[in-house]
Design a protein around this ligand. Structure first.
Ligand code: FAD
Ligand code: SF4
Length: 510
């Protein structure tokens, strides 16, 4: 072989221009690596999903006539670092030229850049041909601005890519349907069963165990249901359009004890591994909407498009604009380690029990569970953002640092000091009660803020505002809540703070 082309585990884009021609002088390298399984402890479903998807992808390339060298996690080479693996392959195959696609993780990007500066053979870097935007596009768009408002970015993207637009105006003359998309789910419409793609993963699990990869969380070895290849991903996308999209926007923020997935698409894993592109997803969804306007309203589709054309590209831009400093930020000086319940789901708080339990069981929780239950609790109890990040990066199927970090450290923990969010996403129990049925079956009373039965989120919320009131004094969006804080009588505030500090010190007792 003359050229070695590296394909990372999250670069499974069969539509990439690399693969349009078969070239016997090109060898593709794919490797299951301990450096990727071990940078944090991962959920077993995440490791399984990645390896399944990679193996399927390698097989597909071979079926198409490409040459692939695939390293399995049980092979000796798998424990080596990426540069060592590459060097080994260069030597084995007398490679004269190296090519790779831009990694989406800063860590791997740096590793490959450094490797290439010392390389004696030539090399070339390619785009992944996956995202709508380049790494730098968001930075350029917000050049000179202090705050990077997602809404502004999103409108630019809608115009630029002509999605749900009539010329330069948004379809329906409205950019944003957020206000319509806040229904509580009370069985108004049935939730369709989840689309499943069952696989037996017993032998893969044995390999992962044999290699000594440490994981957590549970898995059904006979019934691994996530889509892990292109055919399944497209089926999942079709299923979403047909069955889930008609109510996606309405119940986007809802949470329910009996419904793990509600109307969410579960497409994040196949998108983040690049099995399908955001453009394919958005185009398919928008086309489906145009064909079915009698049954699907604009607010459902706009809600979905906003997540992908807006949020997903936006957080990626934030990541590249602010790394590597972003990963160190801790604007609110939070220092506590994570409670044990994050690994067991054991707590009397029904909302946390459910959101953590689902995460551990499915390697998935939907956005509001991640943000307004687990993230909210983490911030209110002042957990260190490093610990919070490591947990989020490990537990979810779709967790890759470029998307996890801005969402967790930025949006959810406000550790970036407000680059991403104009105010911290914190709430008392009343928000959780409004958006879910969790409080009905809870040990705690969502209406009270002091006393042994009081909902922990209540004392924690007011305690948080009180602890951080100097920090937020100039934030207009916090003014109303700080004003309400000022009206709490000193004796009650004392009792609130006492209860909050008991929870913060010993969260696992609650
Ligand atoms: P749907 O609700 O069906 O949404 C459709 C798609 O929109 C998703 O597949 C995803 O690609 C995109 N999307 C939605 N919200 C966001 C967002 N805030 N940022 C980026 N893309 C978004 N998403 C990840 O892909 N990886 C992560 O590691 C991750 N970590 C998160 C951590 C926290 C604290 C929070 C609050 C959110 C995080 N998200 C992350 C965003 C979001 O929660 C998930 O993308 C979503 O739950 C995935 O499920 P779904 O595919 O069913 O999404
Ligand atoms: Fe969560 Fe409080 Fe509601 Fe219990 S009462 S489910 S702890 S918000």
């Amino acid at each position: 072989y003359v050229t070695l082309r590296l394909i990372l585990g999250d670069q499974l884009n069969l539509k990439h221009s690399w693969f349009t021609q078969k070239d016997p002088s090109v060898l593709y390298l794919m490797a299951e690596m301990r450096q990727e399984t071990d940078y944090v402890k991962h959920h077993i479903q995440k490791v399984t999903g990645f390896f399944l998807a990679m193996r399927d992808f390698a097989q597909e390339l071979q079926n198409q006539g490409h040459e692939v060298h695939y390293i399995r996690i049980t092979e000796e080479l798998a424990v080596k670092s990426l540069p060592e693996i590459l060097q080994h392959c260069f030597d084995t195959y007398s490679i004269q030229h190296f090519e790779y696609q831009l990694p989406d993780e800063y860590r791997v990007d740096e590793q490959l850049k450094t490797f290439c500066t010392e390389l004696s053979i030539s090399h070339q870097v390619f785009d992944t041909e996956h995202f709508y935007t380049t790494r730098e596009e968001l930075g350029q768009f917000f050049e000179g601005k202090k705050q990077f408002l997602m809404e502004n970015f999103y409108r630019m993207m809608r115009k630029k890519h002509q999605v749900l637009m009539v010329g330069n105006e948004p379809l329906g003359n409205q950019w944003n349907f957020d206000h319509d998309n806040r229904l509580k789910y009370k069985n108004q419409v049935p939730v369709p069963p989840m689309a499943v793609f069952p696989k037996n993963v017993i032998s893969l699990l044995k390999e992962i165990e044999q290699a000594g990869v440490e994981t957590f969380g549970s898995i059904e070895p006979h019934f691994f249901a996530w889509p892990t290849n292109r055919k399944e991903a497209l089926e999942q996308l079709d299923y979403f359009c047909e069955h889930l999209l008609p109510h996606f926007g309405d119940y986007e923020d809802a949470m329910h004890t009996e419904q793990a997935f509600l109307f969410h698409s579960r497409l994040s894993f196949v998108m983040n591994t690049k099995i399908v592109s955001p453009k394919e997803v958005v185009d398919r969804v928008v086309l489906h909407f145009y064909k079915n306007q009698d049954t699907i309203t604009l607010s459902q589709v706009e809600g979905f498009v906003r997540q992908i054309l807006g949020w997903r590209e936006y957080v990626r831009g934030i990541y590249w604009r602010h790394m590597p400093d972003y990963a160190q930020q801790n604007a609110l000086d939070n220092t506590y380690p994570l409670p044990e319940m994050y690994w067991t789901g054991k707590t009397k708080m029904n909302c946390m029990h459910h959101a953590l339990g689902l995460s551990l069981q499915n390697a998935y929780a939907h956005h509001i569970q991640r943000l307004m239950v687990i993230g909210n609790f983490s911030l209110l109890t002042q957990r260190h953002p490093d610990a919070v990040d490591a947990w989020y990066l490990g537990v979810y199927m779709d967790a890759l640092e470029w998307v996890e970090l801005p969402n967790t450290r930025g949006m959810s923990q406000y550790a970036d000091g407000g680059i991403l969010a104009t105010k911290p996403y914190v709430s008392s129990g009343s928000y959780i009660q409004k958006m879910s049925n969790y409080c009905t079956g809870c040990h705690y009373d969502v209406k009270s803020r002091t006393g042994e039965q009081s909902c922990p989120f209540n004392s924690l919320y007011w305690n948080f505002l009180d602890d951080k009131k100097a920090y937020f004094a100039k934030n207009q969006r916090m003014a109303m809540m700080l004003n309400l804080l000022g009206k709490i009588q000193p004796e009650e505030l004392y009792a609130i703070k006492k209860r909050a500090s008991e929870i913060i010190e010993n969260p696992d007792l609650f």
